[in-house]
Design a protein around this ligand. Structure first.
Ligand SMILES: C[S@@+](CC[C@H](N)C(=O)[O-])C[C@H]1O[C@@H](n2cnc3c(N)ncnc32)[C@H](O)[C@@H]1O
Length: 251
């Protein structure tokens, strides 16, 4: 039997520049927050690639995710890095905390796992409740016009991790009508001359349009402070880049 895809998340994403992204995230937090944020809530924290670094830099981090496996990896990683992060197993579409946070983050397309506007609205409402007045919400997601311009293609990625070799194959179907991609990920480990499938996942994600998010953010009590095509916010959203980033402020 194949192991769940989440068990291999840190291997598959081992080439992601969490350190560089977190530096840019810290700069954005400092630049766009009206006060110095200390308490940060991370939605869909997963294995805490960014959060472990943030915790090491003195931020108090709470992470919420609905995957036990991802939170298990995150907890091991926090222990190894000697940092404290508190975790909540839960759904970002329906959560509440007793205290208020200075900032909420949601990194790496977590909001694309939410497939409909009503659920995204519920999420934004929960974020608003969890934030202090004027607190900021920094998140990213896939940008529809860029997906339609550069459609997902079949891709093979070779991964070398701690002396082991893996291959990830990805093939996607585009559902333009519903603004969704349906992707099959298959991961193989190369052992000697053999290629053995170790995991696979079918993953549907929703890509979003700026106007949808603008409407929902305003409706749920946020103002958009900054948008960008990456976490350094140097360039604005563009149809040439699949990612769009937002800084929104609770008003
Ligand atoms: C692509 S991963 C990103 C993980 C992490 N933020 C990172 O940068 O590596 C998406 C994460 O969001 C979580 N997630 C998706 N939808 C969720 C929901 N409705 N409630 C809680 N967690 C959710 C998944 O379990 C997964 O850990």
């Amino acid at each position: 039997m194949l192991k769940k895809y989440q068990n291999y998340y840190d291997i598959i994403h081992g080439d992601k520049d969490y350190a560089g992204e977190t530096e840019s995230l810290i700069k954005a937090i400092k630049k766009y927050s009206v006060f110095q944020p200390i308490n940060i809530l991370s939605l869909g924290c997963g294995t805490c690639g960014h959060e472990v670094i943030l915790a090491g830099r003195g931020y108090n981090i709470k992470g919420i995710d609905y995957s036990k496996i991802m939170l298990g990896c995150a907890s091991r990683k926090a222990k190894e890095s000697n940092v404290k992060i508190s975790f909540r197993l839960g759904d970002i579409r329906n959560f509440s905390f007793s205290g208020k946070f200075d900032a909420v983050i949601s990194m790496y397309n977590v909001l694309c796992d939410i497939s409909g506007l009503p659920d995204l609205e519920k999420t934004f409402k929960c974020v608003r409740k969890a934030l202090k007045k004027n607190g900021i919400f920094i998140f990213d997601c896939l940008y529809g016009p860029a997906i339609l311009k550069n459609k997902p293609e079949k891709r093979v990625k070779v991964i070398n991790f701690n002396g082991r070799k893996f291959i990830q194959k990805r093939s996607s179907k585009l559902d333009i009508k519903h603004s969704m991609t349906d992707t099959l990920f298959e991961v193989f480990e190369i052992l000697g001359g053999d290629k053995k499938k170790i995991t696979e996942k079918k993953h549907k994600v929703r890509f979003w349009y700026f106007s949808e998010l603008e409407y929902l953010l305003h409706k749920t009590g946020f103002k958009i402070v900054k948008t960008g095509d990456s976490i350094d916010f140097k360039k604005d959203i563009s149809e040439n880049n699949w990612d769009m980033f937002f800084v929104a402020q609770k008003i």
